[in-house]
Design a protein around this ligand. Structure first.
Ligand code: HEM
Length: 147
């Protein structure tokens, strides 16, 4: 499934993003531990390469993509991210500060994907945008539907 970051440029983000996000979970033992708890049937040594983890990476990217495309419709933007923030409350071992672990890998993935089109200006826009997205997820988790 291709992910579109800009309406006018279709970027095949999938390969880099999945790779980057699966790597993220491998590097952080405490993130992987959340998946270990959730997917008890998956042997620990296979979790890293599991469809469950890959599926989540793809859900994260689709969410970020949708959020970026909803910046012109803030009601939808908040609704989307608050809801996802709230669903993470049901995940044993999850902590809301874990959302922030996505920030740098996301920026790296965008940089890698855009190549020379990743200008300084673009970098600043993405830095602000990802902070806004994660802050909203965090608020969704901690405050629920309170806007
Ligand atoms: C920007 C950050 C993140 C986004 C946008 C995101 C997005 C999502 C979405 C859309 C779902 C599916 C929710 C549903 O079906 O109701 C999900 C599920 C889940 N997320 Fe996240 N997530 C993020 C970060 C994390 C982190 C850091 C962890 C672990 C430490 C995590 C663990 C999980 C787990 C265990 C599930 C359940 C998977 C399943 O049941 O198949 N998420 N996430």
């Amino acid at each position: 499934m291709p992910v579109y970051l800009f309406p006018d440029s279709k970027l095949d983000f999938c390969k880099t993003d999945l790779f980057a996000f699966c790597r993220l979970f491998l590097q952080h033992e405490e993130l992987l531990a959340v998946f270990k708890k959730k997917f008890k049937d998956v042997p620990v040594d296979q979790l890293a390469k599991s469809p469950e983890l890959e599926n989540h990476a793809s859900q994260v990217m689709s969410t970020l993509d949708e959020a970026i495309h909803s910046l012109n419709n803030l009601n939808f933007f908040f609704e989307l991210l608050y809801t996802i923030g709230v669903t993470h409350r049901d995940i044993a071992g999850f902590r809301p500060e874990y959302f922030w672990r996505i920030e740098q890998p996301f920026l790296d993935a965008v940089k890698e994907t855009l190549g020379e089109r990743y200008t300084h200006n673009m970098e600043q826009i993405y830095q602000v945008t990802i902070k806004f997205i994660i802050d909203t997820l965090y608020k969704g988790y901690t405050k629920g539907a309170v806007k």
